[in-house]
Design a protein around this ligand. Structure first.
Ligand code: PGA
Length: 265
């Protein structure tokens, strides 16, 4: 079965203001004009304050824009919350849910993450569902157990390959400069793939599984070439074109390999 199209997603977190964001968008578009467009899918997830403007600005480019969080509730008396309907109205294509920083800062649990993903699916937006173990859980030998539970509960029945992306982000690797080894990544990604297949049959093969956690220009190739890795969710390195573009190029090299393999099959 052909590998799913790669996805490179930038998670800006709570960073950048209007002028910097427009400059970054311009720099990325320029690189694409100069060096071509690797055949993968592209997403950036800016802070909500920039989402509408970036969606309009990047509309002529292959970059789609997503949000970083959403309320599970429908529009109504929920001061300060933003619904999936609002995100659709803003021109968003996707939204990250269950990022470990939200699980930590806002005590989000798997059931809430599932409700958020369902809300997104209700309006045909893609949910990027984040899972991953803490350092203590890895040290205790509980990585697979934790990831299994998170995947089972966080991924709703409404999920399929066209509206769901799973991002494996070991918490200890996020923003720390420590990256999981290719062996560690493959072990977890293979397990996630098997679980998705068990649950969704062949469509489980088509769901993109991204790796996230200190992905940089230096390690992107090794990570992206790993088995069952279909792209990356990139934090710090997505804030500058110089550091983000080489990750896109590495994804392009993987796409070329996949094409060769498909032609030989
Ligand atoms: P990082 O963040 O690349 O800065 O480690 C990744 C993420 O949190 O999505």
């Amino acid at each position: 079965m052909a590998a799913p199209t790669g996805l490179i997603a930038g998670n800006w977190k709570m960073n950048l203001f209007h002028a910097e964001a427009l400059q970054l968008g311009t720099d990325l578009a320029e690189r694409m004009d100069l060096w071509g467009r690797p055949p993968v899918d592209y997403l950036i997830c800016p802070p909500l304050t920039l989402c509408g403007q970036m969606a309009a600005f990047l509309a002529p480019t292959p970059f789609k824009v997503g949000a970083q969080d959403v309320s599970p509730l429908k529009n109504g008396p929920h001061t300060g919350d933003v619904s999936a309907e609002h995100l659709a109205d803003l021109g968003m294509a996707a939204c990250i849910v269950g990022h470990s920083e939200r699980r930590r800062d806002h005590k989000e649990d798997d059931a809430l993450v599932r409700a958020k993903a369902e809300a997104l699916h209700r309006v045909n937006l893609t949910s990027i569902i984040c899972i991953g173990e803490t350092e203590a859980e890895r040290d205790a030998g509980k990585t697979i157990e934790v990831v299994t539970r998170q995947l089972q509960v966080s991924v709703p029945e409404t999920s399929h390959s066209a509206n769901t992306v799973v991002a494996y982000e070991p918490v200890w690797a996020i923003g720390t400069g420590r990256t999981a080894t290719v062996e560690q990544i493959e072990e977890v990604h293979n397990h996630i793939r098997q679980m998705l297949y068990d649950r969704m049959d062949f469509d489980g093969y088509a769901i993109r599984i991204l790796y996230g956690g200190s992905v940089t220009a230096a390690n992107a190739r090794d990570i992206l070439f790993a088995k069952n890795v279909n792209g990356a969710l990139v934090g710090g390195a997505s804030l500058k074109a110089e550091t983000f573009w080489p990750i896109i190029e590495a994804a392009g090299a993987v796409a070329a390999r996949n094409l060769r393999e498909a032609q030989q099959a």
